[in-house]
Design a binder for this molecule. Structure first.
Ligand code: MG
Length: 157
């Protein structure tokens, strides 16, 4: 049996925060605002994995009013979600992600993000794809108010 999962997340950009994407710190004057490290890419990935197995969503698994997850390293949350999926008998075939971000340019950081995601989710590198696009100056990502991410995955049991 094969199943598909989709995840989507958005975080607002704010001064005085580190920008963490896919477990990688990207040098930039602003960072994403959130209860955890606000790693929008990993949050979308977690929702895609959980969605494929109909295991709920990231907010149910790691509530944002729970002090245990304040400033949480989202790589650790991904590790936990991937183990949950595994325990439910699913294995991930592939994972494909797109980050929607006007600035900074993410191209130089994509290979490291891909590596970190594959390690945390216990997947071969060639099963993980991370892409980035701008939205041509349009909407909230285009105007630099925030960063969004989509993720899809295929799993089998
Ligand atoms: Mg989030």
């Amino acid at each position: 049996m094969i199943r598909i999962g989709h995840g989507y997340d958005v975080h607002r950009l704010a001064e005085g925060r580190k920008l963490i994407l896919g477990g990688v710190e990207v040098p930039f004057g602003k960072g994403l605002l959130g209860h955890s490290d606000a790693d929008v890419l990993i949050h979308a990935v977690i929702d895609a994995l959980l969605g494929a197995a109909a295991l709920g969503d990231i907010g149910q698994l790691f509530p944002d009013n729970d002090e245990r997850y304040r400033d949480a390293d989202s790589i650790e949350l991904l590790r936990t979600a991937a183990k949950l999926l595994e325990r439910s008998g699913f294995s991930v075939c592939n994972l494909d992600c797109t980050i929607l971000c006007e600035r900074p340019k993410l191209m130089p950081y994509l290979p490291e993000m891909r590596k970190r995601l594959s390690q945390a989710a216990n997947l071969p590198l060639d099963a993980v794809s991370v892409k980035a696009t701008t939205e041509e100056g349009l909407g909230f990502t285009g105007e630099g108010f925030g960063i969004a991410a989509h993720a899809v995955c295929l799993v089998e049991r």
